[in-house]
Design a binder for this molecule. Structure first.
Ligand SMILES: Nc1nc2c(c(=O)[nH]1)N[C@H]1C(S)=C(S)[C@@H](COP(=O)(O)OP(=O)(O)OC[C@H]3O[C@@H](n4cnc5c(=O)[nH]c(N)nc54)[C@H](O)[C@@H]3O)O[C@H]1N2
Ligand SMILES: Nc1nc2c(c(=O)[nH]1)N[C@H]1C(S)=C(S)[C@@H](COP(=O)(O)OP(=O)(O)OC[C@H]3O[C@@H](n4cnc5c(=O)[nH]c(N)nc54)[C@H](O)[C@@H]3O)O[C@H]1N2
Ligand code: SF4
Ligand SMILES: [Mo]
Length: 882
């Protein structure tokens, strides 16, 4: 039976061949790649595989092989521009590829409690190659056995904002509808769920109300915790272009003087403001609100507040009482006169926009803003300020979170997170559970049961639950465990313990080290197709060669097969839940899945059924409509709207699209924008952070058991830890081992996208090859370190594998814009250090050699509602490397 076949699969199989021959794990770029050998069109349309700007891309091919990438001049987002990453994205496709399913000989078996002794080892002799059939059977048997024994919620899935919508939609069906599990999370959790949950609380829907065309008509643009020039370059270039032509004022709120700050100042220093705050964003919003109410009352939109919001009275009262700029400098870190000056600019832009009927203040934000214990409050307090000054509900203004990954917006919309269903509706909504049960072809009782299954703590929580033995198995799909914090104490021991299945494209990906079964995936450009949704809600088709590296399967095909085989064994009818068949080319057709997704959206916040109406009317398929229009922005509830390219902006009075709308302008049942006062109060800082210190140092202390501490930290607007400032200024090597004087933030560098593809692409790898730490010249002088010197950046966390139990990275000191360490593009304030997490495994993913793993060192505390960790506020000390 199942048990036996698992044992059969995991038995030593001594004669099996090594993973990649006798040479071991292949050196990137060294493989000879064989393709499936199918023909395809010469030019294919796609969205860029990297950031959420979603640049229109043309994939050039020759004999079915991807050869080059060109920007699409007809795409409205990038208009023929692309950044270095997008332009060189083809370089990462045919290197270091996995081509066969791999099975670990000594697998972890949570059923018996056996923990593999070979997890974490990079030796190919610990694996054997398998056929797809064998691997699939093994996974099916094991998962069914665990579901039957421990319930569906004991199975976890960590999914991705890089997977197309069709796969995301089906994974959610697989987890919630087939397995009955609420233990489903995605890398989007680490990225922008603070925007998601903030939008929900304020607007009643996870909807960025604005679009990129608002840039060119806005009167002021802000970047909050967002180094757009490095992270969303095409967005930055559009902003910079507008500033150059129309001289609009700009604001950057960022501890560092980034390339974004410098670039805007180069255009006009007179109307470019930089607020170098550390953690003080909420206080800055409130202080600006105070200054506007006191000095520029004509900019307050009382009509909007009184008729379209709730909670404004408390907000106005508390801001007036507690947020005089002079009184909150300890939190804003900004001199009061600068807040007043900025408030005057903000007021002027708001009034201008209102007078013109378009324009005003457009606010972008990134993860320097989302990744906080109070990330949701950051979003809400910004929306409060936008509402106070009437900067919402009009073209050219509004809050606009920038999504990080190319399809994190899809992940959000398809609801692939704990407690969510597709189309912006919670699992707690009984009516929508019935709708989705019908659409998915699963019993409603299954979804009802999932609704009461808990996954406290979300992404971090599910790894903690695994450590406690509650989560027995996990699928890792297009997301890596090294994007989660505190890897040495959290994700690695958790994956070691669980039966872990990874879908991967690279041989030496870090997930493989901790997986029991590894399935080789086809990647972007190789799929049959699929859709991505970028930051302005634009669906776009990613066509592919349908000619992947031999042996690899698209992730969507893998989930369909899982649904069929596991679903059947769990008593479901595969024909009902996954009525899809492979086509002549050997792959499933993503457009069939997309049609089902569109159909299920009827009547929801993200109604897209207009696309199906157009198909009925004209015969033009959904993908073709999207290609021809270069994208359709959700919602598109009628044929007319779909033909016009969807809905550019939301909350502009057009919500009457929905015939039986239960709401008015905003998505809450009362039709109003909900204002909630958010505060920062540092009086109990030390007490709370002392408690949080136990995370990552005390193996018996779990965040999910202390959510009350996180709530306390969130409500006071704190960080997970505080540096030991008294030890700042001491010479390198003289700081006691238990003192950590510096702030240390991790973030992105322009040349690299995340941790996998660009470090394997020749061009980008060469441009920024090494881990670095940006440092203020005075800090360097006091420490006695020189530019270019290698040091250790050590944090409070443990690393049980280190001889001193220390979690650290090695990095080259980079001081200022003349540094010998590239890219040397930003400067940091005194006491604050910064490193890119993108280079985490650019040295080696092998734990025995890997010295750059940012998330070996980071704190796992998270926002209790959004689940986001604060990767920007770790305390560290610097030691010499000897
Ligand atoms: N080149 C490149 N581009 C990318 C990516 C990539 O890997 N590489 N990834 C994509 C993804 S998934 C994402 S989410 C985005 C991320 O894009 P960004 O949000 O721009 O990324 P970060 O560099 O992580 O953080 C932005 C800034 O937050 C600042 N910051 C730190 N603490 C604070 C604070 O307390 N308050 C404020 N206001 N700012 C603070 C940091 O100094 C940093 O400059 O980029 C996307 N684009
Ligand atoms: N310290 C720190 N950590 C962070 C952040 C930070 O600022 N600081 N930022 C966070 C943010 S914003 C994000 S979005 C996350 C991102 O985290 P992830 O999205 O998890 O990071 P990637 O490095 O892109 O990992 C993707 C994995 O999928 C594999 N892969 C590539 N293509 C395919 C494919 O087609 N199919 C499959 N199945 N696999 C594929 C890659 O080899 C890689 O192992 O990281 C978070 N982690
Ligand atoms: S990484 Fe982002 S800005 Fe660069 S080309 Fe791709 S989508 Fe455009
Ligand atoms: Mo992200």
């Amino acid at each position: 039976m199942k048990r036996r076949s698992f044992i059969k699969g995991s038995a030593a199989m001594g004669a099996a061949a090594g993973v990649s021959g006798s040479k071991g794990w292949a050196v990137p770029g060294s493989d000879k790649i064989e393709l499936e050998g199918k023909k395809c069109a010469t030019n294919l349309l796609a969205a860029c595989p990297y950031c959420g700007v979603g640049c229109g891309t043309i994939i050039q091919t020759k004999n079915g092989k991807i050869t080059n990438i060109l920007p699409d001049k007809d795409h409205p987002t990038n208009k023929g521009l692309q950044c270095i990453k997008g332009l060189t994205s083809a370089e990462a496709i045919y290197v270091n590829r996995l081509t066969k399913p791999l099975i670990r000989k000594d697998m972890s078996d949570p059923h018996t409690g056996h923990i593999s002794k070979t997890k974490g080892s990079y030796d190919p002799k610990h694996f054997r190659e398998a056929t797809w059939e064998e691997a699939d059977e093994l996974i099916t048997d094991k998962i069914v056995e665990l579901v039957q024994e421990y319930g569906g919620n004991s199975i976890g899935l960590y999914g991705s904002g890089q997977l197309p919508v069709e796969g995301q939609y089906l994974e959610n069906l697989f987890m919630k509808g087939v397995l009955g599990s609420n233990t489903i999370e995605a890398n989007a959790r680490m990225c922008m769920t603070s925007a998601v949950t903030g939008y929900f609380k304020a607007l009643g829907s996870d909807t960025p109300p604005t679009c990129y065309d608002d840039i060119e008509i806005s009167d002021m643009i802000c970047f909050w915790g967002h180094n757009a020039r490095g992270s969303h370059p095409i967005l930055y270039w559009r902003v910079a272009d507008h500033k150059s032509k129309n001289d609009i004022p700009t604001l950057c709120v960022d501890p560092r003087r980034t390339g974004t700050v410098a670039g805007l100042e180069e255009i006009n220093p007179e109307n470019s403001t930089h607020f170098p705050t550390i953690n003080g964003d909420i206080s800055i919003h409130n202080a600006i609100a105070y200054a506007i109410m006191e000095k520029h009352p004509e900019a307050v939109d009382w009509n909007l507040l009184k008729n379209h919001t709730t909670g404004w009275e408390t907000y106005v009262e508390e801001v007036k009482k507690d947020y005089r700029p002079e009184d909150v400098i300890d939190r804003t870190m900004i001199p009061a006169e600068e807040i007043y000056a900025l408030a005057a600019t903000w007021a002027e832009a708001s009034i201008k926009g209102k007078k013109r009927g378009q324009g005003g203040v457009l606010a972008f934000w990134g993860i320097g803003y989302n990744q906080h214990l109070h990330g949701q409050h950051n979003t809400m307090s910004l929306i409060n300020l936008m509402a106070l000054t009437g900067n919402i509900g009009r073209p050219g203004c509004g809050p606009h979170s920038q999504t990080g990954q190319p399809n994190a917006m899809g992940e959000r919309l398809t609801g692939g997170l704990t407690g969510r269903l597709p189309f912006n509706i919670g699992l707690d909504d009984d009516k929508h559970r019935a709708v989705m049960a019908e659409a998915w072809g699963v019993p409603k009782a299954r979804l009802d049961a999932v609704a009461s299954a808990a996954n406290p703590g979300m992404a971090v929580g599910m790894m903690e639950r695994a450590l406690k033995g509650e989560v027995k198995a996990m699928f890792m799909i297009y997301a890596t465990h090294i994007d989660l914090p505190d890897a040495y104490n959290l994700s690695r021991p958790a994956m070691t313990k669980m039966f872990t299945v990874s879908q991967e494209i690279y041989k030496d990906a870090p997930n493989n080290l901790y997986s029991d079964i590894i399935l080789p995936a086809a990647t972007w450009g190789e799929w049959v197709g699929g859709t991505y949704v970028q930051s302005e809600r634009r669906f776009y088709v990613c066509d592919g060669t349908a000619n992947p590296v031999k042996g690899c399967r698209p992730d969507m095909d893998m989930v369909i097969d899982k649904i069929k085989s596991i679903g059947e064994k769990l008593g479901l009818d595969p024909k009902k839940i996954a009525p899809y068949e492979r086509k002549e080319n050997g792959y499933y057709d993503p457009e069939e899945v997309f049609r089902d997704f569109l159909k299920a959206s009827k009547g929801t916040d993200a109604d897209l059924t207009g696309i199906l109406e157009v198909e009925k009317e004209t015969g033009k398929s959904p993908y073709q409509q999207i290609r021809d229009l270069r994208g359709i922005q959700w919602p598109a509830p009628t044929a007319a709207i779909a033909k016009a390219g969807g809905t550019k902006r939301r909350y502009m009075g057009q919500e009457s699209y929905w015939p039986d709308k239960p709401y008015a302008e905003f998505r809450h049942p009362d039709g109003k924008l909900h204002i909630h006062m958010c505060r920062q109060d540092y009086s109990n800082y030390k007490e709370v952070t002392d408690e949080l210190k136990k995370l990552g140092t005390d193996p018996n202390y779990f965040a999910i058991d202390h959510l009350d501490v996180l709530v306390k930290a969130r409500d006071a607007g704190l960080t997970p830890e505080l540096p030991d400032k008294d030890f700042l200024g001491k010479k390198i090597g003289t700081v006691p081992k238990d003192k950590f004087p510096f702030w240390w933030a991790t973030g992105v560098v322009y040349e690299h996208f995340h941790t996998a593809k660009t470090i394997r692409a020749g061009t980008t790898k060469k441009l920024v090859p090494e881990m670095y730490v940006e440092m203020h010249p005075e800090d360097a002088a006091e420490l006695g370190v020189k530019d270019g010197q290698w040091v250790k950046v050590i944090t409070r966390r443990n690393n049980p594998n280190d001889k001193n139990n220390e979690a650290y990275i090695e990095a080259r000191v980079s001081i200022g814009l003349d540094s010998v360490v590239k890219p040397a593009r930003n400067t940091v304030p005194k006491g604050f250090l910064f490193s890119p997490w993108n280079l985490s495994v650019a040295d080696s993913a092998d734990p025995a050699k890997n010295r750059w793993l940012a998330n070996g060192t980071t704190h796992r505390a998270f926002d209790p509602v959004s689940g986001q960790a604060d990767f920007k506020k770790n305390a560290c000390r610097i030691e010499p490397l000897s």
